[in-house]
Write a protein that binds this ligand. Structure first.
Ligand code: Q46
Ligand code: ZN
Length: 406
């Protein structure tokens, strides 16, 4: 198979686009998909400060890398969850990434800073671990963004994550969730703006991106992910995608196009009655927010300040116009103009990837496979389901909402 853009040998096949790409053109394709998502949904304006929710998994590190590469001022926030054998290496991957690029990483450690971990918090609050985890992440990212003066929080939800959540919400006709499943949640009611710049890119593509960029990431599954129902939804959609490539993207993007107002009234009603938490000031529907309740029940202290330094307030309107990020094509596979220079003809080599126009500085040589990126079904290749879930747990349901994997 040849690269669709430059006709050199392809290292990855994207069946939903019926196309293959060589390494440099694939990286260009990824960047262009992010630019397109940002522009289409007015996610981030130039000059705005972005806080990237990083978990150490492939999606969030790829997102951070892409945003930096596109010239955004993007800091990272990593939350140590206190999950033995999992959180430590996740933090190390994140730190290595930040150090290699000389970018700002804010770290919060649940046990050290707030006095609980996911297991103890879940037990004390009578929740499943992923519920306690999602609640904690959302609260801390929101608080960090507000206290740090960030304009927007970016999360690494990819196309597979969003399609699986949509599938689950439709299976249960959870209209309130459908109302909130958007690539952009605007800033309002004390919540920061949330954006998902990877919604046009699949999970497997994010793994390939990390391999080609030499980004080391956490590939182990979170030990608490077993039984998460969204994994089942992903499996079901992967089976459909295998038979009919492109279905997943059509499903999700069709929802964005046709289901934009689904549940809007419910969403509005949920926002009524919001008030500041009497302990921490976060918007909540009750006297005390769910995070403060959980931490107190677990014997911790919910009032620890998050070590963000408030940066300069960015100028310009929040939803300012299009982002100019270099050459971007607008077709169904916007690989964009591809540099005519020499393109690696062979398989992706191990070690730091020299990818032509990519300029994000040195990247550590990680577990980069020496062969071509597998072109099989979505689950092929180094795509741990938990890594996607780790990022998928970072989104923000509306206040008072029950937990989802997002
Ligand atoms: S990290 Fe947290 Fe995930 Fe682990 S406890 Fe569940 S939500 S599975 S994405
Ligand atoms: Zn509170």
């Amino acid at each position: 198979m040849k690269c669709r853009s430059c006709r050199e040998p392809a290292v990855i096949e994207l069946r939903r686009h019926n196309a293959g790409f060589c390494a440099p053109c694939f990286l260009t394709y990824c960047r262009n998909q992010v630019v397109r998502a940002v522009e289409e949904h007015k996610m981030i304006a130039r000059g705005e400060r972005v806080l990237v929710a990083v978990s150490g998994g492939k999606d969030s590190l790829a997102l951070w890398d892409l945003l930096l590469d596109l010239g955004y001022q993007a800091d990272g926030l990593y939350i140590g969850l206190g999950i033995g054998g999992y959180s430590e290496p996740s933090g190390e991957y994140t730190r290595s990434f930040a150090e290699a690029r000389g970018v700002t990483l804010v770290e919060v450690d649940l046990p050290g800073d707030f006095g609980y971990d996911i297991r103890s918090g879940a037990a004390a609050d009578h929740r499943v671990p992923c519920s306690a985890c999602g609640l904690s992440k959302r609260h801390i990212f929101d608080r960090a963004a507000v206290e740090g003066g960030y304009d927007v929080v970016a999360t690494g939800h990819n196309l597979d994550d969003e399609a699986a959540v949509l599938f689950g919400n439709l299976l249960h006709w959870d209209v309130a969730y459908l109302a909130r499943q958007r690539p952009v949640l605007p800033e309002r009611d004390g919540f920061p703006r949330k954006v998902k710049p990877l919604v046009r890119l699949a999970e497997r593509e994010m793994a390939a991106y990390c391999v080609l960029r030499g980004i080391d990431y956490q590939v182990e599954e979170c030990p608490m992910s077993a039984g998460n129902r969204h994994l089942g939804y992903k499996d079901a959609l992967n089976a459909v995608e295998e038979r009919s490539p492109g279905t997943k993207a059509a499903f999700y993007h069709g929802f964005l196009e046709h289901g934009a107002n689904l549940g809007a009234e419910i969403g509005e009603r949920e926002r009524e009655g919001l008030r500041p938490c009497s302990n921490c000031g976060a918007p909540t529907v009750g006297e005390i927010c769910a995070f403060c309740k959980l931490v107190r029940r677990a014997g911790g202290n919910p009032n620890r300040r998050i070590p963000v330094s408030a940066g300069p307030v960015s100028a310009g309107p929040v939803s300012a116009g299009p982002v100019s990020a270099g050459p971007v094509s607008t077709g169904p596979v916007p690989a964009g103009p591809v540099p005519a220079g020499p393109v690696s003809a062979g398989p992706v080599s191990a070690g730091p990837v020299s990818a032509g126009p990519v300029s994000a500085g040195p990247v550590s040589a990680g577990p980069v496979s020496a062969g071509p990126v597998p072109a099989g079904p979505v689950s092929a290749g180094p795509v741990p389901a938990d890594a996607a879930l780790a990022d998928a747990a970072l989104a923000t349901p509306a206040p008072g909402a029950k937990e989802t994997a997002k």
